[in-house]
Design a protein around this ligand. Structure first.
Ligand code: AMP
Ligand code: ZN
Length: 122
């Protein structure tokens, strides 16, 4: 599988070359609905920068990763699925490499929430 920017599906989505259902975008990140949702709410949060996997991240990426997870928490609030006590809350997943079930080699966080049962991922 190619990990190049030129053939990357999520770079094309970030650039608007492939359609997606966007829920958020700014200069650094784009968030859109997963095309095969595993839960009622299933959003992918990606940096615009092409970073293939979490395993490619080091100290240089720490600020970006920090902002990415803060954005996950913000989107969970805005989508009405945040943890507000009781039985509420959501799951955040970053699959890494074939062993982690990663299918698209552009760093992304899954935000999953909603009533069970959920579909299996990977
Ligand atoms: P992962 O297995 O962590 O790499 O997750 C990749 C996710 O991207 C899967 O949940 C797919 O359903 C999702 N996906 C693949 N193609 C698209 C697309 N064109 N638009 C939105 N989500 C997609
Ligand atoms: Zn990419």
């Amino acid at each position: 599988m190619s990990h190049d920017r030129s053939t990357c599906l999520f770079c094309k989505i970030a650039d608007g070359l492939i359609p997606s259902t966007r829920v958020y975008e700014d200069d650094e990140f784009v968030a859109f609905r997963d095309i095969r949702p595993a839960a009622q709410t299933h959003v992918l949060i990606i940096p615009r920068e092409h970073i293939p996997t979490l395993a490619d991240c080091g100290e240089n990426e720490a600020p970006l990763l920090g902002r990415m997870f803060v954005l996950v928490a913000r989107l969970a609030r805005e989508l009405g699925v945040s943890y507000t006590g009781g039985e509420t809350g959501y799951r955040t997943v970053v699959n890494t490499g074939p062993g982690g079930g990663q299918e698209v080699y552009h760093l992304h966080a899954h935000l999953l929430a909603g009533p069970r049962p959920w579909q299996r991922m990977g």
